[in-house]
Design a protein around this ligand. Structure first.
Ligand SMILES: [Zn+2]
Ligand SMILES: [Zn+2]
Length: 77
């Protein structure tokens, strides 16, 4: 069983999970440094300063290291 860390939905296959991660409403931030995805709320305390919630990663800043998934999609089109 594969579970989405952001919304806790479970999927039968890793592929199904991957596909879900692209549309998951709760994993809308993307860290360019470690490639992880997480909720916006997980990356900020005050809604102003954002940093990657992963402890081994020092990515920080919206549009510096962290991007909204929607921004990345439009940028690659
Ligand atoms: Zn999810
Ligand atoms: Zn990171």
């Amino acid at each position: 069983m594969h579970t989405c860390r952001d919304c806790n939905q479970s999927f039968q296959t890793e592929l199904a999970l991957e596909l879900h991660r692209d549309t998951c409403q709760k994993g809308q931030l993307f860290c360019q440094v470690c490639g992880d995805r997480f909720r916006e709320a997980a990356a900020t305390q005050d809604g102003w300063h954002y940093e990657c919630p992963s402890e081994e990663c020092d990515g920080e800043g919206i549009r510096q290291d962290l991007y909204h998934v929607d921004d990345v999609r439009t940028a690659t089109h």
